[in-house]
Design a protein around this ligand. Structure first.
Ligand code: DLL
Length: 447
């Protein structure tokens, strides 16, 4: 890549973000950088990955030089998760495995895991992007960062860890679990930043309350919450129980891990780091590109990944894009919250529903704890949905039925589906230590 457009543009605003020269890069310069990097990424895929070359040829391309404008991206074929599985473990890598520095994997519900590889340069880019992500959320050099994302094959723990170190913060590698001890560490060390899934952040708050520890008096000020869909209602709930700004951050292992997009302090959409990724939204059924503002499936192309260049990866995640400049001054496109995965969408008697829509109705109700699960069963030829919710301590058992009826009514009037609400005693529902399981689908088992 020519150093041209890259990282040291003197004309750009210097006031925004950890890397102001790229975070506030004027859009036309950003586009020039993207095109240059796209061609380089394509060339890597073409030369190093026979499967990529074959299908690019089938799509009528004769090489990376055929991509002359960013609109030519649409000539490239999509990549889907099963492409990675079909070439398990290393078949889509653009570097020999002995030249890599790290492997991560995400476990699928069926079959083989999806394996992703990183060169030393990829890890370096990732740490930079994570430092930028943490900074965008409000973390600063010298902050104590309590990292409760799981360490291991999951990208959350190690990804955040590297970014916090790169930022110059002090990282506490807590990982998931041992929640009582986590509460003590947050208080004793004076953590200012908490990294966790939103559901685990709530579990931490709840355990603290049960221990008689008031986390509202802790030093926590910034929460980086992601790795699962969550609603505005959940954000309000977390911000009421912890003295922090709850910031949404999005990523996926196939593309890199966390650090793909993050909210700034405006909490008004997640800045996607467009100097490293191209974002498109397409119609999930026809794959036709959709304009900014329209909801559809997010498709991401990597611009700088060496080990695993991804061309038009279909994430299955549903979101909307805006390229209107944010009040913070960053110029990069924003994702307007990821409402859920296509795979998680329930179709209940013809109505499409994401669990996060039901969450938005539940959370904040005075008699309910912020935990829930949806259980799907087949009754005859129809789908039956049970919403398992949990009462707050102190609610008399006599009131359970009335509260359940009220919740069912609200779900029907707001979301439009009929659910049977079963109210459980406090503590009855499983607590997450990582990604919460919101849906138990028993239909295939004939239940
Ligand atoms: O969850 C990476 C990550 C770690 C992101 C820590 C943020 C924080 P995977 O395990 O591969 O990677 O799962 C990726 O999780 O396709 C979405 O469906 C979902 N997801 C991730 N972040 C969000 C979010 C990590 N902020 C899958 N909102 C993605 C909604 C999210 N869904």
């Amino acid at each position: 890549m020519s150093a041209a457009v890259a990282v040291h543009d003197r004309t750009a605003r210097r006031t925004v973000g950890l890397h102001p020269e790229v975070e506030a890069l004027p859009r036309e310069r950003l586009a020039a950088l993207q095109l240059e990097r796209l061609r380089e990424s394509l060339r890597r895929a073409w030369e190093q990955v026979p499967w990529q070359r074959e299908r690019l040829q089938r799509a009528g391309l004769s090489g990376a030089q055929d991509v002359r404008t960013l609109d030519d991206l649409r000539r490239l074929p999509f990549t889907v998760k099963t492409d990675l599985r079909d070439h398990y473990p290393f078949g889509l890598f653009a570097l020999p495995v002995e030249q890599l520095a790290r492997l991560h994997a995400s476990s699928g519900t069926t079959g083989k895991p999806t394996v992703v590889g990183y060169s030393a340069a990829d890890l370096n880019t990732w740490a930079d992007l994570m430092a930028r992500t943490l900074h965008c959320a409000g973390a600063r050099r010298g902050d104590i960062v309590h990292n409760a994302y799981g360490y291991g094959l999951f990208t959350g723990g190690l990804g955040m860890h590297a970014g916090a170190e790169r930022l110059g913060a002090v990282v506490v590698p807590a990982s998931g679990g041992g929640t009582e001890r986590q509460v003590a560490l947050i208080m004793d060390f004076g953590a200012r930043v908490l990294c966790a899934t939103p559901s685990y952040a709530l579990a931490i708050a709840e355990v603290a309350e049960a221990q008689g520890v008031d986390l509202r008096r802790s030093a926590l000020r910034v929460g980086l919450f992601g790795a699962e869909p969550w609603s505005e209602a959940m954000r309000r709930e977390i911000q009421a129980r912890l003295p922090l700004k709850a910031i949404d951050n999005y990523g996926l292992s196939e593309i890199m891990g966390p650090g793909v997009a993050v909210e700034c302090e405006q909490q008004d959409g997640l800045h996607g780091w467009e100097d490293h990724f191209l974002f498109e939204v397409v119609d999930p059924d026809t794959q036709a590109p959709l304009p900014d503002g329209a909801a559809g499936e997010l498709v991401i192309t990597t611009l700088t990944r060496q080990a695993l260049p991804m061309l038009r990866y279909r994430t299955r995640d549903i979101t909307r894009l805006t390229r209107v400049r944010c009040a913070c001054g960053r110029t990069h496109a924003r994702l307007l919250r990821v409402s859920g995965r296509n795979d998680d969408m329930l179709i209940v008697r013809g109505v499409n529903v994401f669990p996060s829509q039901i969450e938005a109705v539940l959370i904040g109700q005075p008699h309910l704890a912020p935990h829930y699960q949806l259980v799907l069963r087949r009754r005859g030829s129809l789908d039956h949905v049970t919403l398992e919710a949990e009462a707050v301590p102190g609610l008399a058992a006599l009131q359970y039925d009335g509260v359940a009826r009220e919740v069912a009514h609200r779900v029907k009037s707001t979301v439009g589906i009929t659910v049977e609400v079963v109210l459980q005693a406090p503590g009855a529902l499983p607590r997450s230590q990582g990604k919460a399981v919101r849906v138990r689908d028993l239909r295939k088992k004939g239940a």
